[in-house]
Design a protein around this ligand. Structure first.
Ligand code: FAD
Length: 323
């Protein structure tokens, strides 16, 4: 289960309550029926179809952002399902290209059959990257729970060696991440630095926001220093104003031009900060999720910030005529 590494007790209670709600089929079914129709899910989810995601992406690109399309859904359990997801990723990158929209796609290896067959998953990931390379596009790989870190690094390395157009998310909360970056450096990759979204034990990940933030800042500096020599293309992916400010001030200290790194944020989150970053002249890429399987993703965004629940309640009340 995805959780956020915040340890504030009232927030944890609210988060656990939302997770409990998300396990109640009657509630998620009702949300799923109303969420898109009523419009509240569209705050964090670009739509259920690729066309809707492309329309949202078009709007973002017209406002100077790049996008990374993400088809919602996680682990698949059959080869046929993995191949279907692979075909849909390829369609996503082709459509993005056909519509001349700036950006790429983000793929999740568990959606490509990582749990059933590593070789199959590796070959599907490679075929997506190859097709993207043929049309001059890039791909990014999400990082999932720590049980998948080693195999994700292996598959990423193979793909990047073969095609040179892949980027990888790494998680600042993992003790191992600095070592992983040193391993990846010879491939000169794009690295998306995130805090990390899974519950991990303390022998694997640092615990608590201050420690995660400290690691995030340290790794940001390491990546930006690497960018001065072309070793990394850092993508600083955070909605935390302190992390964004740290990246901007470190880039200024290193005299790093703004085309040598980028900021990334998620669709619908901290749109005020997105605007500030864009106005400051930074490259900004927005992670744009879409798909019919949006409910669990949507509930996780709610759980990250209880204030997000109010606009859902307001829209449900408005629909029922109560407010
Ligand atoms: C582009 C992108 C890609 C990502 N890819 C991955 C990945 O591949 N693997 C992975 O493990 N994690 C991924 N994540 C998630 C990441 O690990 C964090 O869980 C998530 O970004 C929250 O951390 P934060 O850096 O935004 O800072 P936080 O300290 O969590 O939050 C900082 C501030 O951001 C705002 N904020 C955060 N979340 C919300 C929200 N839901 N609604 C409104 N405001 C909010 C609040 O103002 C909060 O105070 C990704 C994040 C981004 C931005």
């Amino acid at each position: 289960m995805l959780v956020h590494p915040n340890r504030n007790p009232p927030i944890m209670i609210m988060r656990n309550f939302i997770f409990w709600l998300s396990s109640k089929r009657s509630i998620t079914d009702s949300l799923a029926r109303r969420g898109m129709k009523n419009g509240f899910a569209r705050r964090f989810v670009a739509g259920e179809t690729l066309d809707e995601a492309l329309t949202a992406s078009d709007e973002l690109c017209r406002h100077g952002r790049n996008v990374s399309l993400n088809h919602l859904g996680e682990n698949v359990s059959t080869e046929a399902a993995a191949r279907e997801v692979c075909a849909s990723y390829i369609e996503m990158i082709e459509q993005l290209h056909a519509k001349s929209l700036g950006g790429n796609i983000s793929i999740k290896l568990t959606q490509l059959g990582l749990d059933i067959n590593k070789e199959l998953c590796a070959s599907l990931a490679l075929s997506i990257a190859k097709r993207a390379a043929e049309i001059g596009r890039t791909i990014e790989m999400d990082m999932e729970g720590s049980g998948y870190t080693d195999v994700t690094l292996d598959i990423f390395e193979n793909v990047q060696r073969a095609t040179g157009n892949a980027g990888l998310a790494v998680q600042a909360y993992l003790h191992r991440t600095e070592k992983d970056l040193l391993r990846l450096a010879p491939l000169k990759p794009k690295i998306r630095l995130v805090k990390g979204a899974y519950r991990e034990p303390k022998d694997i990940a640092v615990q608590g926001k201050p420690a995660v933030d400290a690691n995030y800042k340290r790794l940001t500096t390491l990546l930006l220093e690497g960018a001065t020599t072309g070793t990394f293309f850092p993508a600083i992916a955070s909605h935390d104003p302190m992390m964004v400010a740290h990246a901007q001030s470190e880039a200024a200290r290193l005299n790093l031009s703004k085309d040598k790194y980028e900021l990334q944020m998620i669709y619908g989150i901290r749109r005020d900060l997105q605007q500030q970053v864009h106005a400051a002249g930074n490259i900004l890429q927005i992670y744009v999720p879409f798909g019919t399987d949006w409910c669990p993703y949507f509930m996780r965004r709610l759980s990250e910030r209880p204030a997000n629940c109010w606009f859902v309640l307001r829209s449900l009340l408005a629909e029922s005529g109560a407010g």
